[in-house]
Design a protein around this ligand. Structure first.
Ligand code: IPE
Ligand code: IPE
Ligand code: MG
Length: 249
C-alpha cells in the first residue's frame, strides 16, 4: 500500500524543508565519482518537487549548497555550479507547466555570474505562478542570514526607521531572507546525518525533524510521502500539554 492512501490530505504541512544529503556516499557505493551522485540527486529533486506539488504543499525549501560547501575541492564546486545551470535550463519549462514559482535564498552575489543570470531568468519567468513555491537555498547559511538581518536592523535603527521597542519576533522575521514564507512545519534530512548544518536555525525553532538513512539519490516519491505520513503521526505541542492540544485549548 502506498503512503498516499495513508496520508490525511486535510493535514498537509504548508512548508517542508529538505537537507538533501548523501550524494557523495551514494556515488561511492556505486563505484562512481562524487559528481555522478550529484547528477543522480537532481532526479530526486524532480520527483520530490512533483510530489510536493501533487500534495498541494505550498512551500518547499531545498538546501542545495551551503556557505560551508565553498570549502569543497574546486572541481566539485564547479561541477555543482554547472549542474545547477543545467538543471534550471532543463527544468524551467516543466516548472512553468506545473505552475511552480521559483525563489532563491542565500548569498546570491557570491555565485558565478552565469549561475546568477540563469537564476534571475528562471525567477522572472515563474514570477506569476500560483502553485508550489520552490525555494532553493544556495550559498546559504543561517548564521550568514541572521548576521545580515542584524546588520540591516542596525542600519534601519540608525536611519530612524525602527524603534528598539519594536524589535520583536515579527520584525526580526521580516529581515530574514525567508520573510515571504511561513516557518517549515517539517524538516527532512536524508543520509543518516542528524544535524542542521547551519540551515534555517531561526525558522526551524518548532519544526518536526525527520531523519532517514536513505541517501538523497535514492529518496523518491514514496520516501517523501512516508515523511509526510510520519509528520502526521506527531503531536505538535508548542510548549503546551498533550491534554490541552487534544481539547483544542
Ligand atoms: C549533498 O550530498 C549535496 C551537497 C552538499 C551539495 P553530499 O555531497 O554532501 O554527499 P555526502 O554527504 O558526501 O555523501
Ligand atoms: C548540508 O550538507 C548542505 C547541503 C545539503 C547543501 P553537507 O553534506 O554539506 O553537511 P555537513 O557538512 O556534512 O554537515
Ligand atoms: Mg553531505
Amino acid at each position: 500500500m502506498s503512503y498516499l492512501e495513508k496520508i490525511d490530505l486535510s493535514y498537509i504541512p504548508q512548508h517542508v524543508a529538505v537537507i538533501m544529503d548523501g550524494n557523495g556516499r551514494w556515488a561511492k557505493q556505486h563505484g562512481r565519482k562524487r559528481v555522478f551522485g550529484h547528477r543522480q540527486g537532481a532526479y530526486s529533486v524532480q520527483e520530490v518537487v512533483e510530489t510536493a506539488s501533487m500534495l498541494k504543499i505550498k512551500y518547499l525549501t531545498l538546501y542545495a549548497f551551503s556557505t560551508e560547501n565553498w570549502k569543497r575541492p574546486k572541481a566539485e564546486v564547479d561541477a555543482l555550479m554547472s549542474l545547477l545551470v543545467k538543471s534550471i535550463n532543463d527544468q524551467l519549462n516543466k516548472l512553468l507547466e506545473q505552475n511552480i514559482k521559483l525563489s532563491v535564498i542565500g548569498d546570491i552575489n557570491s555565485l558565478p555570474p552565469k549561475v546568477q543570470n540563469e537564476i534571475s531568468r528562471a525567477i522572472k519567468a515563474s514570477e506569476n505562478s500560483t502553485g508550489l513555491n520552490l525555494i532553493i537555498a544556495l550559498s546559504y547559511s543561517s548564521r550568514w542570514e541572521i548576521l545580515r538581518a542584524v546588520k540591516n536592523i542596525a542600519i534601519d535603527y540608525k536611519n530612524d526607521k525602527i524603534d528598539v521597542q519594536n524589535i520583536d519576533e515579527n520584525l526580526f522575521t521580516q529581515y530574514l531572507t525567508t520573510f515571504n514564507f511561513p516557518d517549515p512545519e517539517l524538516l527532512i534530512r536524508t543520509s543518516g546525518e542528524e544535524r542542521i548544518s547551519n540551515f534555517l536555525l531561526w525558522q526551524l525553532s518548532y519544526s518536526e525533524l525527520y531523519f532517514t538513512k536513505v541517501l538523497w539519490p535514492d529518496f523518491k516519491k514514496e520516501n517523501f510521502l512516508q515523511a509526510i505520513y510520519e509528520y502526521q503521526q506527531r503531536e505538535r505541542r508548542f510548549g503546551k500539554t498533550s491534554d490541552q492540544i487534544k481539547l483544542g485549548k
